[in-house]
Design a protein around this ligand. Structure first.
Ligand SMILES: *Cc1c(COP(=O)(O)O)cnc(C)c1O
Length: 339
């Protein structure tokens, strides 16, 4: 294969050699199939296309100094995909099938795992879609579970650089009792316009508020929100937030650093009191936020000094990425090697 320029990989799609697929038909999952095609043959009346019956996951494999390939907390992704399946009536993918599929896909594309030291990784994208034909509004009777991988560079070209965000009040990403808490494509479609408006105004992302009262911080674009004050890690509790595995991991690390962790509604006014603010998710791990603009009040909130990440965010980032890349011990059992 051609050698990739690992150090300048974008966070985007690059073709690899293989993907894996499994079909659910007549009430059961079939055999895992290996494909070298980037295309799927899909019925034009598939429910995924018309009614958004589609869920996905996102995780990464990392190569350590020792050359070992590490998966990070795949079991959490598998569990979350089951919750997504339950939420929009997809066929559930058993843990064993999820595991076999991601391991097989990583192994078959081994030479696309970026080497240690490049800050790049192999992004793993599991996809679960209603593939059966349906015209009436109901769940499909056939499903496709597909996993592909693609090598990705770090989300931010300048590693770990603070971003500016804008509070959006003209769009909601998810309804109070909607599907915000599961990882389904529909939430993303619903957030695109708000993200586009934020980008056009020069912000890296849109900060969504709770859809009911517009009083509390909800999701930070496609990432979770956290604030830090008085040695406390504070992250919103809300039915419309997607439970981020990165966030959950950061909470654990924060506790073990001797910090308090609070998971509760976070009123907008509390922004004023935070020493550090960040958005977290698999893609960037942590995006420190140095500025939040609220167009409704004209207020601008600043965090940190000289547009530098705060010391606690930096420490959390260092520990989590250290565990992922094998530079630090893994006291939590988060890493599984792909041999
Ligand atoms: C995937 C996702 C996240 C991040 O979750 P991780 O498990 O940390 O990658 C956060 N918010 C939304 C809306 C997401 O879809």
């Amino acid at each position: 294969m051609e050698t990739l320029d690992w150090k300048s990989l974008p966070f985007g799609y690059i073709k690899t050699d293989y993907n894996v697929r499994c079909y659910y038909r007549n009430g059961k999952w079939g055999e895992l199939e290996i494909s070298s095609s980037e295309y799927i043959n899909l019925h034009m009346a598939a429910t995924a296309l018309h009614y958004g019956q589609e869920a996905f996951e996102g995780m990464k494999a990392f190569m350590g100094k020792d050359g070992g390939i590490r998966l990070f907390r795949w079991d959490e992704n598998s569990l979350r995909m089951k919750k997504s399946a339950e939420g929009i009536m997809l066929a559930e993918v058993p843990d064993s099938l999820f595991h076999d599929a991601i391991v097989k896909c990583v192994k078959m594309n081994k030479h696309f795992v970026p080497p240690y030291g490049t800050w790049a990784s192999l992004y793993i994208r599991p996809l679960l879609i209603g593939s059966g034909a349906q015209v009436g509004v109901k769940a499909a009777n056939e499903y496709l579970f597909l996993v592909f991988v693609t090598p990705v560079g770090p989300y931010f070209k300048e590693l770990f650089k603070p971003v500016h965000m804008m509070i959006t009040r003209t769009f909601d990403r998810a309804a109070p009792l909607g599907t915000g808490n599961i990882k389904v494509g529909g939430n993303y479609a619903a957030s695109l316009r708000a993200l586009d408006v934020a980008h056009h105004q020069g912000y890296a992302s849109a900060l969504f508020l709770d859809a009911r009262e517009k009083k509390f911080i909800d999701e930070a674009g496609p990432a979770n929100f956290f604030g830090i004050r008085d040695n406390t890690y504070i992250t919103p509790e809300s039915h419309s937030i997607l439970p981020s595995i990165t966030n959950k991991s950061l909470q654990q690390i924060a506790r073990d650093m001797g910090m308090k962790v609070e998971i509760r509604p976070v009123p907008i006014e509390e922004l004023e009191t935070f020493e550090e603010v960040g958005a977290c998710g698999t893609a960037a791990v942590i995006s420190p936020v140095s500025l939040i603009f609220d167009e409704a009040t004209g207020k601008t909130y600043h965090f940190g000094e000289n547009d530098q990440p705060g010391p606690i965010s930096a420490k959390l980032y260092e520990i989590l990425t250290g565990i992922q890349m094998g530079d630090l011990p893994d006291p939590y059992g988060w890493i599984e090697f792909v041999d």
